[in-house]
Design a protein around this ligand. Structure first.
Ligand code: ATP
Length: 356
C-alpha cells in the first residue's frame, strides 16, 4: 500500500532521515516508534507530502507519489495538537473536507449530513454535533479530528502522536478505541509515538527508529523477544545492565553461571548482560543470599524492588504481589536474586545476541 524507498532528508547540516526504506501492507496499523528527534515525524510528513525528501521516493499502491500534491494523495492526517477550526461546530469541522471539494466531486447537503451522522456515531460523539471545540474535552476533540480525517475516505490514515497531549487515562482509552476502530474500518494507518507501550498495544507492526535510521521492523512480540540491537532492547522497557566477561562463552552474571553459545569460539572478551526487571527469581531465607533489599514499591499486582548486590551494584527487579507477600520481604532483608538464564540478552559491543 505504501512503499518508502531510500529516503533521505537533511535540515541544514542535520541529517534527519538516512536512507530509510519501508513497505506497508494494505490494512496494516503501523507504529513509528523512537525517541525524540529520531525522524518519525519527518518520515510521516514525507509520506503525507507535507515535506519533500532530498533523495528517495514514496509510492502508493505501486505508483510513485513524487509528483502528487498533498490533496491528491488521499491521506487523512491527525496531529498531536487538535487542529480543529475553533469557529466551526463539530459537524462543520467533520464535513469541512467534503464541503471544500470542487463542485463535481462535492456530495449533496443531504449526503454530507448523512456522512457526518455516521462518522459521529463511529467516533462515539453523537449528540455533540452542534458544540464548538472549546466545549469539548481533549479526548473528544481528538476524536473529532479523526472523524474529520476519515470523512474524505482517505486510502491511508496518518497520525502524529495523536494522543500525546492527553492525560494518561484518556490516552489509554483512546488507544484501545483506535485499535477497534481500525479493525472495523481496515484502513491502512501509520502513527507516530515515542511511547513503547502505546506502540506495542496498538500496532500490528512496529518500526523502531533512532538517529534517522530504522533499527528494526517487526510485530510487537517479535521486537520484544528478538531485539536486534541493545538500543531496541533498552528502548522497549526498563533494563539492568551488568558488565561482565565471557571466557570461551562462559559468563557469570549476578552470581549465576551461564553459557553463551555465540561466544564459545572466542577467548576472553568484555560483554554486557542486560536483564529486564521481571526476569529475576527472588528467594528469601537462602544460605546463598547475594543481595540486600533496599526499597519496595507496590504497583497493583506487581511489586518493584530495588536491591543492592554484594558488589555494590543496584538492581531493579519486579515480582508478583503474591510472591512478595509470601516471602514477607522487607527493607534490609538478605535475599537471593537469580536471573532467568533464557531471558538474558548479551552484547559484546559489535552485535547483540539474545540467548535461547
Ligand atoms: P519528536 O518525537 O520530538 O517529534 P521525531 O522523531 O518525530 O521527534 P522529527 O520531528 O522527525 O523527530 O525530527 C528529526 C530531527 O530533525 C530533529 O532533530 C528536528 O529538530 C529536525 N527537524 C525537523 N524538522 C525540521 C525543520 N523544519 N527544520 C530544521 N530541523 C528540523
Amino acid at each position: 500500500m505504501i512503499e518508502v524507498r531510500n529516503l533521505s532528508k537533511t535540515f541544514g547540516s542535520f541529517s534527519a532521515l538516512k536512507d530509510v526504506s519501508l513497505s506497508i501492507e494494505p490494512g496494516e496499523l503501523v507504529a513509528l516508534l523512537g525517541p525524540s528527534g529520531s525522524g518519525k515525524t519527518t518520515l510521516l510528513r514525507i509520506i503525507a507530502g507535507l515535506e519533500c525528501p532530498d533523495a528517495g521516493e514514496v509510492a502508493f499502491e505501486g505508483t510513485s507519489a513524487t509528483n502528487l500534491a498533498v490533496r491528491d494523495r488521499q491521506v487523512g492526517f491527525v496531529f498531536q495538537h487538535f487542529a480543529l477550526f475553533r469557529h466551526m461546530t463539530v459537524a462543520d469541522n467533520i464535513s469541512f473536507g467534503l464541503r471544500v471539494r470542487e463542485r463535481a466531486l462535492r456530495p449533496s447537503k443531504a449526503e454530507i449530513r448523512e456522512r457526518v451522522e455516521h462518522l459521529l456515531s463511529m467516533v462515539q460523539l453523537k449528540g455533540l454535533e452542534s458544540r464548538y471545540p472549546s466545549q469539548l474535552s481533549g479526548g473528544q476533540r481528538q476524536r473529532v479530528a479523526l472523524a474529520r480525517a476519515l470523512a474524505v475516505e482517505p486510502r491511508v490514515l496518518l497520525l502524529d502522536e495523536p494522543f500525546g497531549a492527553l492525560d494518561a487515562q484518556v490516552r489509554k482509552d483512546l488507544r484501545r478505541w483506535l485499535r477497534h476502530l481500525h479493525d472495523d474500518l481496515g484502513i491502512t494507518s501509520v502513527f507516530v509515538t515515542h511511547d513503547q507501550e502505546e506502540a506495542m498495544e496498538v500496532a500490528d507492526r512496529v518500526v523502531v527508529m533512532d538517529h534517522g535510521r530504522i533499527e528494526q521492523v517487526g510485530s510487537p512480540r517479535d521486537i520484544y523477544d528478538h531485539p536486534v540491537s541493545p538500543f531496541v532492547y533498552r528502548f522497549l522497557g526498563n533494563v539492568n545492565g551488568f558488565p561482565c566477561r565471557s571466557n570461551g562463552g562462559r559468563i557469570h552474571v549476578v552470581g549465576t553461571e551461564m553459557i553463551a553459545p555465540d561466544f564459545a569460539g572466542h577467548g576472553e572478551r568484555d560483554v554486557t548482560a542486560f536483564i529486564r526487571p521481571h526476569d529475576f527469581d527472588i528467594e528469601a531465607g537462602s544460605e546463598q543470599a547475594n543481595a540486600t533489599l533496599r526499597h519496595a514499591v507496590v504497583l497493583g499486582p506487581q511489586v518493584r524492588i530495588e536491591v543492592n548486590l554484594a558488589d555494590g551494584q543496584i538492581v531493579e527487579a519486579e515480582l508478583a504481589r503474591d510472591v512478595f507477600d509470601r516471602l514477607s520481604l522487607h527493607p534490609r532483608q538478605k535475599i537471593r536474586v537469580v536471573p532467568r538464564r533464557a531471558q538474558i540478552f548479551l552484547d559484546d559491543g559489535t552485535q547483540a545476541r539474545a540467548q535461547p
